[in-house]
Design a protein around this ligand. Structure first.
Ligand SMILES: NC(=O)c1ccc[n+]([C@@H]2O[C@H](COP(=O)([O-])OP(=O)(O)OC[C@H]3O[C@@H](n4cnc5c(N)ncnc54)[C@H](O)[C@@H]3O)[C@@H](O)[C@H]2O)c1
Length: 332
């Protein structure tokens, strides 16, 4: 990943606390920061995160893992005095999970979020970057999705992500906290867990393709998504952690690739890429009933993030999927 030198300069001597750092996006972010020389504290209770990610990060001298819960300040209050910035990636992901377990979703994604935001404020850790989600657009039919044009929410997960943005804005207003919300759009890439009922589409489809097993699509497969390679999301985090522009703070931004694909096109494209890498798949596709709480189409405008934080996606979808598939095949 080509990170501009001024961003590296601003971050290389910092200590960043990454919650959810044993997860998919958090561990990729931790590794990117460690590679540029920053110190990282990973706070994760391993609820959905993986010990293998912790093991991977433990090869870096400047990485410390703390097994703790964002809902429980005693687990991390003592760490905050040494921290320059927080990147809050910890949450329970998945719309269906939040419909099944709304209180658990609220406890971690809303109460846990407010708990660590509040502790950061008490400890005077000003920069607080956090994972929001494209789900905050709800049933908005605007395309591309633009910040400020949100619709009615469709799931408890989306409700808590919107609440995160509201609280971040309040703490920005009240205490001058330097919050930046990142509305990720369908992130994919290395170290994303393909297992479990709440796994995301791309790692799950890939896993099925490599095993030659049936792929089940919810709905007709014509729903579209702005699939975003993880390095684009990492780049957005680095820009947000490093920004010196006051105007950029206290806001939330779309983090996306800026192009959408239907699930049917996605599968075709993955099969084509795999073929190019010498792998033929025998998976068949079955169409099931659509899932409650899912958005039909999702394409992002990245203009706001470009204007305030100089973000441009570093990877196209094709570049990202190619790199991801190569990574997974190498690890086999
Ligand atoms: N992956 C995506 O496409 C996507 C899209 C939109 C938003 N997001 C958001 O991005 C963030 C990271 O997502 P991900 O895909 O890496 O998910 P992930 O499940 O791989 O990572 C989340 C991490 O948070 C940890 N965690 C959960 N509850 C915790 C708690 N109470 N205390 C401490 N740690 C806890 C988990 O163990 C896990 O390691 C989440 O906030 C998610 O809601 C992800």
């Amino acid at each position: 990943m080509n990170i501009p030198i001024e961003i590296i300069q601003r971050l290389k001597d910092k200590t960043i606390l990454i919650t959810g750092g044993a997860g998919f996006i958090g561990s990729n972010l931790a590794e990117a920061l460690l590679k540029i020389g920053a110190s990282v504290i990973v706070l994760d209770n391993l609820e959905t995160g993986l010990q293998s990610n912790v093991d991977r990060l433990s090869q870096y001298e400047n990485c410390r893992f703390v097994n703790g819960d964002i809902c429980n300040p005693e687990d991390y209050r003592h760490l905050l005095k040494d921290v320059d910035a927080i990147s809050n990636q910890a949450a329970l992901g998945s719309v269906p999970r939040s419909i099944e377990f709304p209180f658990k979703n609220h406890h971690v994604n809303a109460t846990g979020f407010l708990t660590i935001l509040h502790e950061a404020q008490l400890a005077n850790v000003k920069r607080f970057v956090y994972a929001s989600s494209s789900s905050v657009y709800g049933d908005s039919i605007t395309s591309p999705k633009q910040e400020g044009q949100e619709g009615a929410l469709l799931s408890p997960y989306a409700a808590t992500k919107r609440l995160n943005e509201e609280y971040a804005q309040v703490y920005h207003q009240l205490y001058g906290m330097e919050t930046v919300g990142l509305r990720y759009f369908n992130v994919f890439g290395p170290y994303q867990d393909p297992n479990g009922v709440y796994a995301a589409a791309i790692p799950k489809f890939l896993d099925k393709m490599l095993r030659g097993e049936e792929i089940v699509i919810h709905g007709d497969g014509e729903q579209s998504r702005d699939f975003t390679y993880v390095n684009n999301a990492i780049y957005a985090n680095l820009l947000s952690l490093a920004s010196e522009d006051k105007e950029a703070l206290g806001q939330a931004y779309n983090v996306a690739c800026g192009r959408s694909l239907t699930l049917n096109d996605l599968i075709q494209s993955m099969q084509d890429e795999l073929k190019g890498l010498g792998v033929t798949t025998k998976s068949t596709i079955t169409y099931g009933p659509p899932r409650k709480g899912d958005i039909k189409d999702s394409l992002a405008s990245t203009a706001k993030m470009e204007q305030y934080l100089n973000y441009k996606p570093l990877y196209t979808f094709e570049e990202g999927i190619n790199e991801y598939l190569r990574h997974v095949l190498q690890c086999k």
